[in-house]
Design a protein around this ligand. Structure first.
Ligand code: NDP
Length: 468
């Protein structure tokens, strides 16, 4: 038996079997998740399709109020959800942890309420009147990952619902419980069938993303999976928003003050223990301040407590799952074997759970796996450069481009360089900060489409041009 249920058509649905969700802080069991089947996916899509009939024509203000109500419900249940999120995801509640994620989720839902897509008048004269209307698409499938499951869930379904679509969300099997509970709570303020959730084995994801009654897939996860989702969507030409992996570069210019930027560099790289799509994942530092930046960063990082999510003293938590931990360890071992110099962390202490110390690898080089591949964990390679054009070429050399940053006292010079970086977002003297009104997404193989703000809302609509 499980305390957690899927929500389909506004009703709690159990499954014949469950699977265990692991608490990454301890290696123990966080809870039992319903192991839904293809039949559950079909039932959820059918419920969403039925609800779409009325939700798609509901008054705009009704849909805006639904987003406000979702925000209020998330705030009301923030404590309970943060505890559950911390338990299964591993992140502590403090700092930029579980409480921050719940605050972000509620804030994003509230912000979405205030977005609007008014009718656009293209021409209005005695020859013609032409208007462009934005209409919802239908049933949206949302596939979410394990790093920020609640916030990313809201990023997917709030704009979808605001625009008049209905949703079936399938969370990652690593962190499904908080999403199950979140959707159960949100169903107290939404009409039945507008937001449904299914959980289960890996086989149900493709059932959802290829379902003929799904009009759009919004996916956050890895680039290889994003490609599979794109392929499975092609049969019925589903609309897609794909927010995929990155390998964000930061470039520190020679005039930067190492002490001043250390804190920003740290959080840019290590928020959520490095398990964030737009984390800084490789840092290029000018030779003239290379050692000073390494020292300042190591000094700052050494004071950040890493521990179990349930420990009130922890500021950062474990790697979320064993597969990811194995990848992080593999990349560190490869870096060490190829001349990387560990200046902080490096070795995991034996023990339960997936805790890994914050790790800085100096003397890293392009071509090392830790630099070229996305580590998605608490380790940052630091690469020395002498010519900024070389650093820029390295930053732009990979097939991904989600975020990037430039660090300098000279804002104009930094902005000029920033605009030459091949990424969907670029920051000056910061990395990874998001704003609900600022479009976010990748270039190259980091994704398709944009989330947030009016641009993000448009992705959940199609245009209808009215010639009257
Ligand atoms: P995946 O991209 O494999 O999975 C993300 C989600 O997609 C999960 O819910 C997964 O569920 C689902 N999924 C997988 N295959 C399909 C499919 N064919 N059709 C529909 N849904 C599918 O991420 P992982 O959890 O395996 O992590 C691997 C790597 O992804 C990490 O190392 C990291 O680099 C990157 N990542 C990026 C994130 C980001 O925010 N951009 C977030 C998390 C990870 P199921 O497992 O049931 O198939």
């Amino acid at each position: 038996m499980t305390d957690y249920t899927m929500t389909i058509g506004g009703k709690a649905v159990t499954a014949a079997t469950t699977f265990d969700v692991i608490n990454p802080s301890t290696g123990g069991i966080a809870g039992a998740c319903p192991s839904g089947t293809a039949d559950d996916v079909n039932a959820a899509v059918a419920a969403a399709k039925e609800a779409y009939k009325t939700w798609s024509v509901a008054d705009d203000e009704v849909r805006a109020q639904a987003c406000r109500d979702m925000s209020a419900a998330l705030t009301e249940h923030a404590d309970e959800l943060a505890i559950l999120l911390s338990l299964e995801q591993g992140k502590p509640r403090a700092g930029l942890g579980a409480d921050f994620e719940l605050g972000g989720a509620a804030g994003w839902a509230a912000n979405t309420a205030e977005l609007s897509l008014p009718v656009e008048i293209i021409q209005d004269n005695n020859q013609a009147k032409i208007e462009v209307h934005r209409k919802p698409l239908g049933v949206v499938a949302s596939i979410t990952p394990w790093n920020w499951p609640l916030m990313i869930g809201v990023w997917h379904f709030a704009p979808a619902i605001r625009a008049g679509n209905t949703v079936v969300i399938k969370p990652s099997p690593y962190t499904p419980l908080s999403t199950l509970r979140m959707v159960e709570i949100l169903n107290t303020v939404l009409p039945a069938g507008v937001l449904n959730v299914v959980t289960g084995p890996d086989s149900i994801g493709p059932v959802l993303t290829s379902h003929p009654d799904v009009a759009k897939v919004t996916f956050t996860g890895s680039t290889p999976t994003g490609k599979r989702v794109m392929a499975s969507a092609s049969d019925t030409l589903k609309r897609l928003t794909l927010e995929l992996g990155g390998n964000d570069a930061g470039i520190v210019l020679p005039d930067a003050d190492p002490k001043e930027i250390a804190e920003g560099l740290f959080w840019g790289a290590f928020i959520n223990s490095g398990q964030t799509c737009a984390c800084m994942k490789r840092l290029y530092v000018h030779d003239s301040i290379y050692d000073a930046v390494c020292d300042e960063l190591a000094a700052f990082a050494a004071n950040i407590p890493v521990g179990a999510g349930s420990d009130a003293n922890s500021v950062l938590g474990p790697v979320q799952n064993a597969t990811q931990l194995a990848l992080v360890e593999e990349l560190i071992a490869d870096a060490k074997a190829n001349g990387g110099r560990v200046i902080l962390g490096g070795e995991r202490a034996e023990g339960a759970g997936y805790l890994h110390p914050l790790t800085l690898i100096a003397d890293a080089k392009d071509g090392m796996r830790l630099v070229d591949e996305e580590q998605f964990g608490p380790v940052l390679p630091i690469i020395r450069y002498t010519d900024v054009e070389d650093a820029l070429a390295s930053a732009n050399a990979l097939s991904v481009g989600l975020g990037a940053s430039v660090w300098s006292k000279d804002l104009e010079a930094a902005k000029k360089l920033a605009l030459r970086m091949e990424s969907g977002s670029v920051w000056v003297n910061g990395h990874g900060g998001l704003n609900p009104n600022a479009p976010f997404g990748g270039v190259k193989q980091s994704g398709v489409g944009r989330q947030f703000g009016v641009e993000g809302l448009k992705e959940f609509t199609c245009m209808q041009t009215l010639h009257a």
